[in-house]
Design a protein around this ligand. Structure first.
Ligand code: PLP
Length: 388
């Protein structure tokens, strides 16, 4: 009907579902919170969340209250807990509380603003502890005051303390063990002050996989579910996880050029012989780093070709030699690896970063296409609906 899109990210909901099932099996009986911050790591929040809910997920982490409210507005009911932990200092918490959005809180000023916003029903609160990452979380010296305020507010019926949590630096096994020991002390201290902590959550993908003793009552998993595990020297395939996003484009143009032709800005690449250059319409505006030459190869017709020259804002070139590459041919930038293409994990390693950064930066100009059997159900209804 129509020709292949210039560029697209295909999101395989069956792969997401399979990863979810596998991870839940590994963690059983510990609960899994599916982390979907940053628009579900660039995969699209709503479709991923609906697929996860249909698969039976009861905890979703979305970072912000507005993202949680978006999910409530498309029918994610209160049987699914939506955890948020980064709050705009000007945020009015009323809608979040009325919609039973779970609030991660790490300082008394923020907790007081939540308490003041309570109207009909108590706010659901997770107390954040800083065990060494030094991001959010109350420091050990600020922790007792946070706990005391929470105890008073809970007695007054204004909040319900759901959990205590922390986030690890993943710097070394020893650092993480020290951090968890510090967290354990903080939970004991809360208990001594009179707070019964109903639930504890500490581990994300890496620690959840590798450190069974850190799983506590729930693990918060993002990367694993998108098929981009961060474990050193382990591929997604080794673990049985499947990458969820495949980034493709169509060759926009080919041209024959002579030997020693300078390619793209700055001529950082020169042809070694007469050759064909293929133009791929994806640039750094779409999330391919400008300095990807020398690190990234793309697949066309089951063969790999290196990026030639600087990646421009909207496009880059590959040197395809004398191969029969035509306008309209599919270029796979990253995918599952099954057809000899790089995976996003490979991209992360080659570019000196992690797969998460790559998928999160795939820009809004790249349309996401959803596939998999979930598309028949609520995800399909949502995608077909009026989303303006
Ligand atoms: C991002 C994040 C996670 C998930 O991390 P992954 O390594 O992708 O599993 C868990 N908890 C918090 C607080 C996070 O910010």
């Amino acid at each position: 009907m129509s020709s292949a899109p210039l560029r697209q990210a295909r999101i395989d909901l069956d792969a997401y579902r399979a990863n979810l099932d596998l991870v839940r099996e590994w963690m059983d009986p510990v609960a899994v919170m599916a982390i979907m911050k940053a628009d579900a790591y660039g995969h699209g929040l709503e479709p991923i969340a609906l697929a996860a809910v249909d698969a039976g997920i009861r905890w979703i982490g979305v970072l912000t209250v507005p993202a949680a409210l978006r999910l409530r507005s498309i029918g994610v009911g209160e049987d699914v807990h939506l955890f948020t932990w980064q709050h705009d200092p000007a945020l009015d918490f009323r809608d979040a509380i009325d919609s039973a959005v779970d609030l991660g809180v790490s300082n008394t000023a923020e907790l007081q603003r939540i308490i003041d916003a309570v109207d009909q029903r108590p706010a659901r609160v997770h107390l954040g502890f800083d065990s060494g990452l030094h991001r959010d979380g109350a420091t050990p010296s600020d922790w007792p005051a946070l706990v005391s305020l929470a105890i008073d507010a809970q007695r007054a019926g204004r909040i319900e303390v759901v959990a205590a949590y922390t986030h690890l630096a993943e710097s070394s096994d020893q650092d993480d063990a020290d951090a968890v020991a510090l967290f354990d002390v903080a939970v004991e201290q809360a208990d001594d002050l009179g707070l019964d902590v109903p639930m504890e959550h500490v581990a994300a993908s890496l620690a959840g996989l590798e450190r069974k003793e850190f799983r506590k009552d729930m693990v918060r998993m993002g990367a694993n579910l998108f098929g981009i595990p961060g474990a050193d020297g382990v591929s997604a395939a080794d673990l049985g996880l499947e990458p969820v996003m495949t980034l493709t484009a169509s060759v926009a143009k080919t041209k024959r050029v002579p030997v020693d032709t300078g390619v793209s800005y700055d001529y950082t690449y020169r042809t070694a012989s007469e050759t064909t250059l293929a133009l791929v319409p994806v640039g750094y505006a779409d999330g391919v780093p400008r300095l990807a030459q020398g690190h990234i190869e793309v697949a066309i017709g089951g063969r790999r070709y290196p990026i030639a020259g600087r990646v421009a804002m909207d496009q880059f070139l590959v040197d395809v030699g004398d191969d029969d590459v035509q306008t309209g041919d599919t270029v796979t930038l990253f995918g599952t690896g099954e057809h000899d293409e790089m995976t996003v994990l490979d991209w992360g390693r080659s570019l000196g970063t992690i797969g998460e950064e790559i998928v999160c930066r795939i820009g809004p100009r790249v349309p996401r296409f959803y596939e998999g059997h979930d598309i028949e159900g609520r995800v399909g209804e949502y995608l077909r609906g009026d989303r303006s």
